[in-house]
Design a protein around this ligand. Structure first.
Ligand code: AR6
Length: 173
């Protein structure tokens, strides 16, 4: 398994599956979620509504993941996962780790070989970048998977630098 880093837009990645930093409604939002639905077109939202009605009437719980097709995106699938909001008073790192573990489990079920992840929870959900990056790297290191490439796609220079430093810490520079 290779861990790669790209500074760019996750909706443009030519991979088997892209992971969406969704919310539990599965009905769209801002950030990565907004970009994926905008670029991917209405097919993704249609499938999200069906998943919501059939399997998650109360919403997708934090830390879990589900897949839809990817509509007009270059990828074949979107794996929607719900990160935790950051709270100083409570350690929610297990929920963020669960997003990566569950997304890789779904990727294995789909047979995806290359999977792109955004910096889940570090935008609207305010998780500190360095912490989120360490959790991401440690969890992908410790999760057995048939995925051959895990590509972290960071929009801006600051998250890119944080994830690169975390990769060096966790995997050795
Ligand atoms: N490609 C890659 N990274 C991006 C892109 C993009 N196109 N757009 C933003 N980022 P966020 P969260 C970065 O807020 O914190 C939504 O409303 C962004 O700079 O997308 O998990 C959902 O519906 C940040 O570093 O996800 C939820 O309600 C990172 O992606 C909520 O936001 C994640 O930011 C989820 O919040």
């Amino acid at each position: 398994m290779r861990v790669t880093l790209v500074q760019g837009d996750i909706t443009e990645q030519d991979v088997d599956a892209v992971v969406n930093a969704a919310n539990s409604s599965l009905l769209g939002g801002g950030g990565v979620d907004g970009a994926i639905h905008r670029r991917g077109g209405p097919a993704i939202l249609r499938e999200c509504r069906e998943l919501r009605a059939d399997r998650h009437p109360d919403g997708l719980p934090t830390g879990q993941a589900v897949a839809t097709t990817a509509g007009d995106l270059p990828a074949r699938w979107v794996i929607h996962t719900v990160g935790p909001t950051y709270a100083k008073s409570e350690d929610r790192s297990h929920l963020l780790a669960s997003c990566f573990r569950e997304s890789l489990r779904v990727a294995d079920e789909l047979g995806a070989r290359a999977v792109a992840f955004p910096a889940i929870s570090t935008g609207v959900y305010r998780y500190p970048l360095d912490e989120a990056a360490d959790i991401a790297m440690r969890t992908v290191r410790d999760t057995p998977t048939r995925v051959a490439e895990i590509r972290f796609v960071l929009f801006d220079p600051a998250p890119y630098a944080a994830f690169r430093a975390a990769r060096d810490r966790v995997f050795g520079g």
